[in-house]
Design a protein around this ligand. Structure first.
Ligand SMILES: *Cc1c(COP(=O)(O)O)cnc(C)c1O
Length: 455
């Protein structure tokens, strides 16, 4: 056969009958295999024009395999978080509790009473799920769950603040990771923004003046991953709420994290509690489901019955409603708080509660098994915009790598990908955020990737 003979290239039909390709047809289906064969044959012909390649079946099969694998590659992969950032937004924030996972599994694998009243056999309301537990836990009159907290804030402002003046402190006009800018969301909702105070100081009188000038709402937004330290001043929440109500205006509190447990018991600074905002008299309180609450992505709105009723009726509420998997995970997560076993069952709180002694023991165990690295004191962080600057003492395993960026890239190629952090030319692995079930995979990955030069 002459090398530059186009007839050496087999047809798609002939290839489809080839034993190796038949295996692909089983696994990937005919449509995708035919498409890939055509693409790869075209590639071959194009290269062939200039280089006179010889068509080789094994080589061709290899290219087809790679292409089929790339096309069917799943992108939402599980990863091992060894960064020590507990609520890592890029790594999916809160890890769910076992009972939340089980409930999601049960609800996703079959039909459910999502909008069905089992007692009467008639139509039920989606909004009943998680409702009673939320009311009980927060002390609020009513509750509504939506897709995420950004949606919650947008919905609340759209319903309650449209064409009204909304007062907010200049220190709270922040951007919260991922393009959620408080002033922009307020504008989109149709609210008219009235900024008061300065970046670092705002007084009760500043709010009072705006309220006297006709503001209909006062909003507080947790400054999230941003903290002003030093010469700062802010009125007490209960004073601000009283003042707002004296002027017949509404008080809306976006507390971000949705802590239901006091963070100070872990040596952390005080993260606002949902219950405290309700007790202080806030008309509406919004927070995330997957930050310190430790549940699924969700936006939770609690507050006055009459206001929540109006919010529920708005068309936007339908557009941002929570799905059944979210509601299943949320219900199960909230049940831990009600039963008083949140600290023992919700991974976020279990990770926060881990003691340095135990973390040190675990890290020494890793060091022993790997036969390398140094165990050093470090800090883990909460992340997720909660407790800016708040850290927890930990121990990490620090491993030297010759070409650190290359080593990190290889760790990311592990199955599952391993995410560590760099400090002073070493890769740090923090046990606080590594689940027990992932530990062996982590150590095997490190062995294979970082220690292969020495073994
Ligand atoms: C995180 C956060 C949001 C956005 O919440 P998502 O659940 O991520 O949509 C809004 N406001 C504050 C104060 C936050 O901290």
């Amino acid at each position: 056969m002459r090398m530059n003979d186009l007839r050496q290239i087999p047809s798609v039909d002939a290839l489809l009958r080839h034993a190796d390709i038949k295996v692909f047809r089983q696994e990937f289906g005919d449509a995708l295999v035919v498409e890939t064969l055509r693409e790869k044959l075209t590639d071959f012909r194009n290269t062939y024009k200039s280089t006179s390649l010889i068509f080789s079946i094994p080589e061709f099969v290899k290219q087809v395999t790679t292409s089929l694998q790339e096309k069917t590659q799943i992108t939402l992969l599980p990863v091992i978080n060894a960064t020590g950032v507990i609520l890592h937004t890029n790594l999916g924030r809160a890890v769910l509790s076992d009972s939340a996972i089980n409930h999601v599994e049960q609800i996703s694998g079959g039909y459910s009473a999502l909008e069905f009243n089992v007692e009467s056999g008639g139509r039920g309301a989606r909004s009943v799920h998680a409702h009673d537990i939320l009311v009980r836990l927060t002390g609020a009159e009513d509750a509504l769950v939506v897709n995420n907290n950004a949606a919650a804030v947008l919905l609340v402002l759209t319903v309650l603040a449209r064409r009204k003046q909304v007062v907010i402190s200049r220190g709270q006009l922040v951007e919260i990771g991922g393009g959620f800018r408080v002033p922009e969301v307020m504008k989109v909702s149709g609210a008219r923004l009235v900024e008061v105070g300065t970046t670092n100081r705002v007084r009760l009188e500043d709010f009072e003046e705006a309220l006297k000038n006709g503001a209909g709402l006062v909003m507080r937004a947790h400054a999230s991953n941003f903290k002003i330290i030093g010469f700062t001043e802010e009125p007490e929440l209960s004073d601000l709420v009283s003042l707002t109500h004296k002027h017949n205006a509404l008080f809306i509190d976006d507390i971000g994290s949705g802590a239901l447990i006091d963070t100070t018991q872990f040596g952390l600074s005080k993260e606002p509690l949902v219950q405290d905002s309700v007790t202080a008299g806030a008309d509406i309180v919004c927070f995330s489901g997957d930050k310190l609450l430790g549940g699924p992505q969700a936006g939770i709105i609690v507050g006055k019955k009459e206001l929540i009723a109006r919010i529920k009726k708005h068309p936007l509420a339908r557009a941002v409603r929570a799905d059944k998997l979210c509601l299943a995970a949320l219900e199960a997560t909230l049940a831990h708080y009600l039963k008083g076993n949140a600290l023992d069952n919700i991974p976020v709180w279990k990770m926060i509660a881990l003691q340095p002694d135990d973390l040190q023991k675990r890290t020494i165990q890793w060091q022993k098994e790997l036969g390398t690295g140094e165990v050093i004191p470090e800090v883990s962080t909460i992340g997720g915009g909660s407790l800016p600057g708040g850290t927890l003492p930990t121990f990490v395993l620090a491993i030297q790598a010759k070409q650190i960026d290359k080593a990190l890239a290889q760790l990311r190629k592990n199955n599952p990908p391993i995410i560590g952090r760099i400090k002073d030319d070493r890769i740090l692995f923090d046990p606080r955020t590594v689940l027990e079930s992932e530990e062996q995979n982590l150590l095997n990955g490190i062995k294979r990737i970082l220690l292969k030069e020495t073994s």
